[in-house]
Design a binder for this molecule. Structure first.
Ligand code: ADP
Ligand code: MG
Length: 699
């Protein structure tokens, strides 16, 4: 948690380093925006005695009173010394507006590192560089150079794009959406999204944290911090760059399946963050989280005076995690008495076109009284007998009376403006589209689930770490950093079951090993140059003892034909695993630049490519997260015994996921790893193939 961050958003005295009146300059824009600030503004400019009538100082050292926040707008080459000067004079909160740092090449990157060094030496809360600035409405502080000011409110907003803030403000002001604090993160040289969620979690006046991010600095830190924060303060993020997701080609290789978009999706989900698809949704979610209590259940009552929109809401509920409430007999009876015969008294309740205000609000009152109802959507189309302003008052009153979340869809144009204001003042969002109302309600219910989650620590298995390291170190003696089935025992060291077997380098030895193994065997070529063994005929399944020697020769010949200079380490002779009762799954890991180790689980073997049925999580995972991975895949029913098959040993699968999670967390040197297949049978799991890449420098 950044030290004394209060001064960032609630300073008493703000210095503007580079303040000026020069037309079109950023220094001028900031000074103009700060005119309404409740505290003191101190211009710093050695060339001026005053700026806009406020006495200026030549440097921070000559300012008599302490400054809580300094905004730096001087050119890049003087910005670094300016920040040092501020630090030496006891200023701890600094916003660097100046651009020309990490975003501009090596020289800028070096400057940015200097800023980081100063910040760490003096323990600075430094925003930026390349930031639009910061705002805080309680102090009417607009320390940005943007054209818009924010309305007061209780959401705080961070954005990696400064331009986006100005666009959002323009729009939000139109929509009467207000903010507590706003920060333009800029290059995030020092303070990043993880710092701001902590700052706002500690801030009584921030009820919802919003963000627009293009990347996350340290994914694991973010997850761990956000999990704590979301218990009290919801976090809603929109992240750009989702589109690569669709482009990801299916491949049996974890590295390409688990692209970074999937890492974000998994990471933000594991962090307990609500992810919005677009800006509209970001604020839809924010408004309902800000204004309505969380529902105590998922069942929704729909009240409407028009059939069509009622069906639209019902469809949207079907698409969501919410359910249509089924009313108690008492409710049906009450609605039957209160409504005309033509009305539909079952959910969705249709009070029909001739409903006046009294009928509408009575229906809402009756359904919210029902124990089977946890929330309501009120939909109305304009009619001659319905007064929208009064309806808005009634909805607000009934909602307040019952304390259950209600969203409205009073449809129409001009006539909705005033009632929508009334609803907004009472914390009830109003949407033209009933489906949007339902999605917001769904987000509210998801947030409730998030707050109820228990984040257990990952299980710590008793493993043989030394042996694992020894196996990983075998890459040190090779001219490649890839390992294959010769590293099978790595899994054994971490308690992931492997079949009996050995790697041999002569037909005679192969025969001896096969003789010790019950039944037929599987034989595989072992070569760092052959990635997909079966593609070149390098795997023989069901070899009888008497055929082992021939099979050995054949495998080596095939490998030589495929690549004459291939390094052949030998042939693996392996016990057969029963594929008739088993299902081939894939368990793998690759490293995401931001979130670190990303586990992948899914349907394995050839199905990986055809069905693309996989799911990912940032490691280390807890037992619950490992279980979730199993639930997540579409073929989960296959594992659970579809079509008369015996269900596989799910516990063993979940345990393997956690054991692999521990392995890749213990060894950052493992860059990627695939177990394909990990065969799941009713009696446990067996890893029959492995492929990994190791960075020996990290061992
Ligand atoms: P690769 O993926 O390099 O082609 P594998 O070792 O994964 O090589 O073997 C290919 C396929 O052969 C597996 O997907 C599985 O269907 C089958 N197979 C491999 N080993 C065994 C085994 N021990 N028991 C049963 N089937 C096996
Ligand atoms: Mg394989």
């Amino acid at each position: 948690m950044p030290r004394g961050a209060r001064g960032l958003f609630a300073p008493e005295r703000v210095a503007v380093v580079g303040a000026t009146e020069r037309e079109g300059s950023i220094g001028r824009a900031i000074m103009e925006n700060l005119t309404e600030f409740v505290g003191d503004v101190v211009p710093i400019n050695p060339k001026r005695d005053e700026v806009f009538g406020i006495p200026a100082y030549g440097d921070i050292g000559s300012v008599p009173d302490p400054v809580d926040l300094a905004v730096v707008v001087v050119p890049p080459h003087v910005a670094v010394p300016a920040v040092r000067d501020l630090a030496e004079n006891g200023v701890t909160n600094v916003v660097v507006i100046t651009a020309g740092f990490g975003e501009t090449g090596t020289e800028g990157a070096a400057r940015e590192r200097e800023l980081q060094e100063i910040a760490s030496e003096y323990d600075l809360n430094l925003v930026g560089p390349n930031s639009l600035g910061v705002m805080s409405t309680p102090a009417t502080m607009n320390a940005t150079f943007g054209p818009e000011n924010a309305l007061p409110g209780s959401m705080s907003f961070m954005s990696q794009s400064g331009a986006f803030i100005t666009a959002v403000l323009d729009w939000a002001n139109d929509q009467d959406i207000g903010f507590k604090d706003i920060v333009s993160l800029g290059n995030k040289a020092v303070l990043d999204e993880t710092d701001f969620i902590q700052i706002w979690n500690a801030d009584e006046e921030t009820d919802v944290i919003l963000g627009y991010l293009e990347g996350i600095e340290n994914g694991r830190d973010f997850i761990d911090t956000a999990r704590d924060v979301t218990r009290e303060t919801p976090i809603v993020l929109v992240k750009s760059g989702r589109t690569e997701a669709g482009a990801q080609a299916a491949s049996s290789h974890t590295g390409t399946i688990a692209g970074s978009e999937r890492a974000y999706e998994a990471g933000l989900d594991q962090a307990g963050v609500l992810r919005a698809e677009n800006v509209e949704e970001l604020f839809d979610f924010a408004r309902i989280l800000d204004g309505q209590p969380v529902p105590d259940g998922d069942s929704v009552a729909v009240i409407t005076n028009a059939g069509g929109p009622g069906v639209m809401a019902t469809d949207a509920i079907g698409d969501s995690d919410l359910t249509m409430a089924s009313f108690t007999e008492e409710t049906i009876e009450q609605l039957g008495e209160a409504m005309p015969d033509e009305a539909n008294i079952y959910n969705p309740v249709d009070v029909i076109g001739d409903a006046d205000n009294a009928r509408f609000s009575e229906a809402l009152d009756i359904v919210l009284d029902d124990d089977n109802v946890s929330s309501a959507v009120v939909i109305a189309c304009p009619t001659a007998v319905l007064e929208y302003p009064e309806l808005a008052d009634d909805i607000a009153a009934v909602q307040a009376n019952h304390g259950y979340p209600v969203v409205a869809s009073l449809m129409g144009g001009e006539r909705v403006a005033v009632p929508a204001d009334t609803l907004r003042e009472n914390g009830i969002p109003n949407y033209f589209d009933p489906a949007r109302a339902v999605r917001s309600l769904d987000a509210l219910a998801t947030y409730r689930d998030i707050t109820e989650l228990d984040y257990e620590s990952p299980v710590d298995y008793d493993v043989d770490r030394e042996r694992a390291e020894e196996i990983l170190r075998t890459v040190e003696h090779r001219d490649t950093n890839r390992l294959g089935v010769e590293a099978m025992e790595l899994l054994d060291a971490y308690g992931i079951p492997i079949p009996n077997g050995a790697i041999v380098d002569s037909p005679g030895e192969a025969r001896e090993v096969a003789a010790d193994i019950d039944g037929n065997v599987v034989m595989k070529i072992v070569s760092p140059d052959i990635l997909h063994k079966s593609d070149i005929g390098g795997v023989k399944v069901g070899v009888a003892d008497e055929d082992v020697e021939d099979a050995y020769e054949d495998l080596v010949t095939r490998a030589r034909n495929y690549q004459p200079d291939a390094t052949i380490l030998g042939v693996q002779v392996q016990e057969m695993v029963d594929l008739d009762t088993g299902t081939e799954t894939i368990l793998g890991m690759n490293r995401d630049p931001q979130f670190g180790p990303l586990l992948l689980f899914g349907l394995g073997g050839i199905f990986v490519e055809i069905l693309e049925d996989t799911t990912v999580r940032v490691a280390p995972v807890s037992e619950r997260e490992a279980e979730d991975m199993l639930d997540d895949i579409k073929s989960a029913p296959l594992l659970r015994g579809a079509r008369g098959r015996d269900p596989v040993d799910e516990d063993a699968l979940v345990e393997s996921v956690q054991r692999l999670s521990q392995l890749v967390t213990d060894f950052p040197a493992i860059l990627e790893l695939d177990i394909n297949p990990l065969v799941a049978t009713p009696d446990g799991v067996q890893a029959v193939d492995i492929r990994l890449t190791v960075d020996p420098d990290q061992l």
